[in-house]
Write a protein that binds this ligand. Structure first.
Ligand code: UDP
Length: 335
């Protein structure tokens, strides 16, 4: 299992790919597979951990250097493995032609014209797995070994039933324009609702935060709590009346949606990217066309059954189901 070098497994804060690697790695170990995880040295895993660095490298200083070192240390041992499952972006794929071990590569990002062409160039280097049908449709010419939704371990998470929810809306994630925090703020202001915004502000998005989000924070109706601990994250997700996800980009999956639904919190989301596949409209929230519809639907979230919301995630996005799918892919490519 080849993880990116930036964030430990499991992550302490931000890290969608790393949660997926965490759930899957431990599930495969529990199923009796012998798994080696290449990840930062401060990772905690049931697998055999190999790390070219003592700890996570979040500042992305020397990005290429660490990426390449991670891939090299894995490929050096390639003969020891039946399959390498790669989550490391562009770093491993081109070099997989140089090893005999099959490489399964999970596509974690959105497709833009350029990266579809990149993967097409290396179409016979790896066996590609998409994380949603939507993502797959953006680069249809690539040969796919499967589509496997990102999983979540619902049993590990707190659940708060509708009657015990608190009276706030939640917007959670990387603070950036793509995730539509400005629209969430507008929904809260126009409906007189409380909004809690939580998430890391990466350097590249600092300007958006400073000029668009920060001026709206009054600490009462609109609060900003920054990047929070895991305990606080689940507290925020489970107690929220609804999770707002007015995204403005083609989300390839969107872990935060399944996190909210797993905690029994309905999602109100724009229909970009994978959203219509991930949210069960009318059962775990509502897929709405625009801000007017989001505002209109806000009252209806109180009629969503929190238990059904969570059960939907248990069935569709379970760790078991993802592990089953990946086992099938591994079996197929390992021969
Ligand atoms: N996350 C977090 N703290 C933050 C921002 C995000 O813990 O400040 C988590 C979030 O809960 C999710 C992951 O990081 O598990 C982000 O994955 P997602 O697919 O939602 O978004 P993206 O990868 O596009 O940022």
């Amino acid at each position: 299992m080849l993880a990116p070098p930036w964030i430990k497994i499991p992550p302490g804060g931000y890290g969608g790919i790393e949660w997926v690697v965490h759930y899957l790695t431990d599930a495969l170990v529990d199923r009796g597979h012998e798994v080696t995880l290449f990840a930062p040295g401060d990772s905690v895993t049931r697998a055999n951990l190999v790390s070219p660095f003592p700890r996570q490298m979040p500042d992305r200083i020397g990005q290429t250097m660490y990426d390449v070192k991670n891939v090299a240390s894995c490929f050096r041992q390639a003969r020891d493995f039946d399959v390498i499952h790669d989550h490391s972006g562009f770093a491993a794929v081109p070099f997989a032609q140089l090893i005999d071990t099959p490489l399964v590569h999970t596509l974690h990002g959105p497709f833009s014209g350029d990266n579809c062409a990149f993967y097409e160039t290396f179409h016979d280097s790896a066996h590609y797995v998409a994380i949603s049908d939507y993502q797959r449709s953006c680069c249809p010419s690539l040969q796919y070994a499967g589509t496997v939704y990102n999983p979540i371990d619902v049993e590990e998470l707190p659940f708060v039933d509708r009657a015990d929810k608190e009276d706030y809306l939640l917007a959670f994630g990387r603070i950036c324009a793509d995730k539509g925090f400005h629209t969430a703020i507008e929904v809260a202001k126009r409906t007189g609702s409380r909004l809690i915004i939580a998430g890391a502000v990466q350097q590249v998005n600092r300007d958006y935060y400073e000029t668009v989000v920060k001026p709206e924070i009054d600490g009462e109706q609109i609060s900003f709590v920054g990047e929070v601990s895991l305990t606080e994250k689940w507290n925020l997700f489970s107690k929220a009346r609804a999770f707002l996800f007015p995204i403005q980009w083609p989300e390839p999956f969107g872990m935060v949606m399944i996190e909210a639904m797993a905690a029994g919190t309905p999602v109100l989301a724009f229909p970009e990217g994978s959203v219509p596949e991930v949210v069960a409209d009318g059962i775990s929230g509502f897929v709405v066309g625009d801000i007017e519809e989001m505002i209109e639907r806000l009252e209806a979230v109180d009629r969503i059954d929190s238990r059904k919301c969570r059960d939907y995630v248990k069935v569709k996005f379970s760790v078991d189901s993802a592990a089953d799918h990946y086992e099938q892919v591994f079996q197929a490519v390992a021969g």
